[in-house]
Design a protein around this ligand. Structure first.
Ligand code: RNT
Ligand code: ZN
Length: 421
């Protein structure tokens, strides 16, 4: 292993030349919570007994063995993945990861999540939550926008309970719980009446969000299309944007895979934050469509973090991962995506924002571009390695062997993709 301390000292000097204090950057980066999704660990299967597979127009493709089949395995895999990721973390749960296979979605109670809460407290992490409006017999057609009043009421009841559970999680962990609402409602063909489902969705949301919980941050997530809802999605971007702007009762969720492939979430942050109090980011990697690939240290992820740092809005944004790849080791998928998100944030925090703004204000765009481009080749990895080492997290490729060892020692004992009911 190379001398990490030496690397840090060198990087400190180099970044100081452009006016950047790397210690300060590390500190800010470390405090920003990153919500790590449990559903990568089991291909979004959940713990309910009568699972009819993943529905709702989302899909986890691949058949890598050893997926987690129950609470113990999923919690163990998550803890393993967390150990490879520096910085403040939260666990992001879906309602169908409840600890009681008998309770239906309209019957879930806070106590069904006690084991998760105990686990989160042991890890000293916060918890985020999501209602599960898919993979259920009553979600076949639509949920909160349904014209069938019995169905719509069922899902309203679910969402109301989910918020209560979120408040309970916040109380037990002493940390804010972000509650995200995403529903799959939509259709393969354009319906004649595109408006009525949206009116019903707005009414449902008004009812669900009527009670205010100080410890819960509610968010609503739009989507351009899903499998089977290619032509029409009730909860479109315009719908939710209008909804939160008119009600001011929830934040807007931007999933990086939920827009047209030529649109970039990074370019939506500044105009939206001018009007909405905050955003939830679902970081993903959409390859040509909403493919939900593992988050990469790619241009868009770096652009998003760059924009948050340039706008100085980290305190108005919640960051969560949202992808599911069933074709690779799931613990490694989590570690790769989480490390990349954190890496991109740290890199962004090393940007000489003040200097660039000054140059732009002076109209010196050539120097600003030159500095931006030279900055890209600065020794960022030395700072990242030092940060990992300081947090007791494996440096560089150091975690890969360890994750392989975990697969051999722990995951391999599971029979191939078999579920324990
Ligand atoms: C689906 C949304 C949603 C889900 C999770 C499981 O397209 O992105 O956020 O991925 O809630
Ligand atoms: Zn999402």
């Amino acid at each position: 292993m190379w001398d990490i301390q030496k690397g840090y000292e060198l990087a400190k000097e180099i970044y100081q030349e452009i006016g950047i204090d790397i210690d300060r950057a590390i500190e800010i980066c470390d405090q920003m919570p990153l919500s790590i999704h449990c559903w990568q660990g089991d291909d979004c299967t959940g713990f309910e007994s009568k699972s009819g597979g993943l529905t709702g127009g989302i899909q986890a493709t691949g058949n890598y063995p050893y997926k987690a089949r129950n609470f113990e395995e999923l919690a163990s895999d998550l803890a393993q993945a967390f150990s490879y990721v520096p910085g403040e973390k939260k666990v992001n749960l879906h309602a169908f990861y409840l600890d009681d296979k008998k309770a239906d979605r309209n019957e879930i109670e806070p106590q069904h999540f006690d084991r998760w809460i105990e686990w989160a407290n042991k890890q000293s992490i916060g918890m985020d939550f999501n209602g599960t409006f898919f993979s259920h017999p009553l979600s076949k057609d639509s949920t909160l926008s349904s014209s069938d009043e019995t169905v719509r009421r069922f899902w309203i009841e679910h969402a109301v309970r989910v918020r209560k559970i979120a408040a309970y999680m916040a109380e037990k962990t002493g940390k804010t719980t972000v509650n995200n609402i995403w529903i799959p409602d939509g259709s393969k063909e354009v319906p004649v009446d595109t408006l009525s489902p949206r009116k019903r969705l707005a009414e449902s949301l008004d009812e669900i969000l009527a009670v205010k919980y100080d410890s819960v941050v509610d968010c609503v997530e739009s989507k351009l299309f899903g499998i089977g809802s290619e032509a029409y999605v009730v909860g479109s971007h315009e719908f939710y944007m209008g909804y939160v702007l008119s009600r001011n009762n929830a934040l807007l969720t931007l999933d990086t895979g939920h827009f047209h492939p030529t649109e970039a979430v990074s370019s939506k942050i500044s105009p939206l934050l001018l009007f909405v109090p905050g955003l939830l980011l679902h970081l993903s990697r959409p390859i040509r469509w909403d493919s939900d690939h593992v988050v990469s240290f790619d241009e868009e992820t770096r652009n998003i973090m760059g924009e948050l740092v340039r706008l100085n809005v980290l305190d108005r944004v919640h960051m969560a991962l949202d992808y599911f790849d069933a074709s690779i080791n799931r613990v490694m998928a989590l570690a790769i995506g989480a490390r990349n998100a954190r890496k991109a944030l740290l890199e962004a925090l090393l940007t000489p924002v003040g200097r660039l703004i000054e140059l732009e204000a002076k109209g010196d765009r050539s120097t600003s571009l030159a500095l931006t481009e030279e900055w890209k080749a600065m020794p960022f990895s030395l700072v990242w390695d030092y940060y990992c080492a300081r947090k007791g997290v494996p440096v560089g490729t150091g975690w890969i062997e360890d994750a392989k060892e975990y697969e051999q020692q722990t995951m391999r004992k599971r029979e191939q993709n078999e579920r324990i009911l």
